[in-house]
Design a protein around this ligand. Structure first.
Ligand SMILES: Cc1cc2nc3c(=O)[nH]c(=O)nc-3n(C[C@H](O)[C@H](O)[C@H](O)COP(=O)(O)OP(=O)(O)OC[C@H]3O[C@@H](n4cnc5c(N)ncnc54)[C@H](O)[C@@H]3O)c2cc1C
Length: 504
């Protein structure tokens, strides 16, 4: 069976604002290896300054010590500090620079780890099983889980001394919400499903820069992986805890702002191929190309202005496709006609009590209910992202570094950021970590408050979304949890296990 073959049931959800949240079958892959079948492989750590708000109940160092092992697991390099400093960095203490690393191919973790998993005599993998609920033992303990194994609806009971739910942000939350509806009382239960977060991302403005002379851009493969330099506009020192990462890139194909006849032709070609069902069904690629979007008029206008460019690109693309397909590589930044580059942002979404994931009762014992997802970006999220652009522009334009940002209208930028605001790919916050059940659902060891042996390994435990894509931190916290559960409290123990595994 292919990924998602048995997923129909698990993907049932009512999404209240489909313009801001993707359908579940596009954002969660039901298969061994999970959503790594589709993810983009970008790895970024949280930064020290993002823990200053005090929302996380653990000190930053407690998480950061696990990043090297997590990077190793994901197949990306572990140095996230930029050695080549763009000239504007460091002003006012608000700019930090770093690099985003991309996991080496293959990014599908089931391919990387399948052999090691099979070699473990004490690991039993049950494929096509859907956990539908928890079983309870003596006192404040769970005794295991119940699951249906497709295609049968028959219940199977799996007993366990410790249960770790690792079914992605929304999947894990669904199991716990179903249990709550069946009568389970969790001490931090009122936080369950609340403060759902993702990120705002897209291209908002332009930047004039010489990547070769500043060293800012995308570097060549280093030990098989790609590195992208970025700047961070972090918490501003005036009590505002919000961060945005920026990097130089290209306007996405779907964004007619690139004004290129060739790119517009390529985009429309992709849409036609998708409509005729002759293109790839790779969700990550579809979302990168923006094939779910519907704007086509501005693209036709670009083609009309530059028909030769469009014609040459279509011929080249078709030739590449016929000679073995297009290779999925990171976009090397290429200047637009006016010498500028697109400036990409990836910004934090603030926790909001309005963003809630729920289930409706009554809930059967042998199935999971559909999710009801209320998720939207607030005006404050948009406004803080605009402010980050303005702060970056001020520093660049005053630095005399040769890097500058052309003028932009903040209201138009806000409109663009609002239009781009769309997530569901990063499922953060719905079982938030806190020091006490008054503030969150799981404790600092990711244990569900009030249950002695039930844990969560997922981005749903993050109490803030930060600026970065979540997976590196998901894996770092999972490794920290593994060490905690095996009573091997040092990271060296887990490092050693990783080193012993072939090829990593
Ligand atoms: C298109 C796309 C691009 C992305 N790009 C990036 C990126 O570049 N960088 C980044 O950091 N993140 C990226 N992400 C997010 C990233 O994929 C997730 O952060 C990551 O996969 C989360 O890991 P996880 O193990 O928590 O969940 P998943 O990888 O989704 O794994 C969850 C597993 O649980 C199983 N499951 C679910 N429900 C049940 C149940 N009830 N019973 C039994 N099993 C169940 C699923 O089958 C699956 O195997 C991207 C996501 C998408 C969709």
């Amino acid at each position: 069976m292919a990924p998602n073959d048995v997923a129909e049931h698990g993907h049932r959800a009512i999404i209240h604002d489909p313009a801001q949240h993707a359908p579940l079958e596009k954002v969660a892959c039901r298969a061994f290896g999970g959503t790594s079948h589709w993810w983009g492989g970008n790895c970024n750590p949280f930064l020290d300054c993002e823990f200053a708000s005090g929302e996380w109940p653990i000190p930053y160092g407690e998480l950061a010590q696990w990043y090297p092992a997590a990077a190793k697991f994901l197949g990306c390099g572990s140095n996230f500090i930029n050695e080549v400093h763009p000239p504007a960095v460091g002003r006012d203490g608000v700019f930090l620079d770093g690099i985003s690393r991309q996991a080496a191919f293959p990014r599908d973790l089931s391919l990387t780890w399948q052999r090691q998993a099979e070699a473990q005599s004490n690991l039993h993998v049950v494929l096509w099983a859907e956990v539908v609920g928890l079983n309870y033992g003596q006192g404040k303990k769970v005794s295991g889980v119940r699951a249906c194994i497709a295609p049968s609806a028959e219940l199977h009971h799996f007993s366990a001394g410790t249960v770790v739910l690792a079914a992605a942000g929304l999947g894990t939350t669904r199991v716990l919400l179903a249990e709550q509806m069946r009568g389970a009382e969790f001490e931090g239960g009122r936080h369950l499903g609340r403060y759902y977060m993702g990120h705002l991302t897209g291209t908002g403005s332009k930047i004039r820069v010489q990547p070769e002379s500043t060293g800012w851009g995308v570097r060549s493969p280093e030990e098989g992986e790609y590195i992208r330099e970025r700047l961070l506009v972090g918490p501003n020192g005036f009590g505002q805890c919000h961060s945005t990462a920026f990097w130089i890139g290209n306007f996405p194909l779907w964004d007619a702002e690139h004004r290129s006849g060739g790119k517009s032709a390529k985009y429309l070609l992709g849409k036609v191929a998708k409509t005729l069902k002759i293109s790839s069904t790779d969700e990550a690629l579809d979302s990168r190309l923006g094939l779910q979007r519907t704007e086509w008029r501005p693209h036709l206008a670009n083609i009309k202005k530059r028909p030769m460019d469009a014609f040459v690109t279509v011929v080249r693309t078709l030739r590449k496709l016929l000679s073995g397909g297009l290779q999925r590589l990171p976009d090397y930044p290429q200047p637009e006609r006016d010498g500028t580059y697109a400036l990409w942002y990836h910004a934090e979404q603030l926790p909001s009590a309005e963003n809630v994931v729920q289930v409706e009762g009554p809930v059967a014992l042998n199935s999971l209910p559909p999710l009801s997802i209320k998720f939207s970006f607030s005006d404050e999220d948009v406004s803080l992202t605009v402010q980050a652009h303005l702060r970056l522009k001020k520093v660049f334009n005053e630095s005399g570094s040769g890097i500058s940002m052309p003028d932009f209208d903040p209201d138009k930028l806000a409109e663009r950021i609002r239009k781009n605001a769309y997530d569901g790919y990063h499922q953060i916050g719905t079982t938030r970590m806190a020091a006490t059940p008054e503030k969150g659902m799981v404790d600092e060891n990711c244990k569900v408050f009030g249950v002695d042996n039930l844990y969560v390994a997922s981005a749903s435990v993050f109490p803030t979304s930060g600026h970065s894509n979540p997976t590196l931190t998901v894996v770092a916290l999972a490794q920290r949890l593994a060490a905690h559960l095996s009573n091997k409290k040092t990271k060296a123990a887990v490092d050693l296990r990783l080193t012993e595994a072939d090829g990593i």
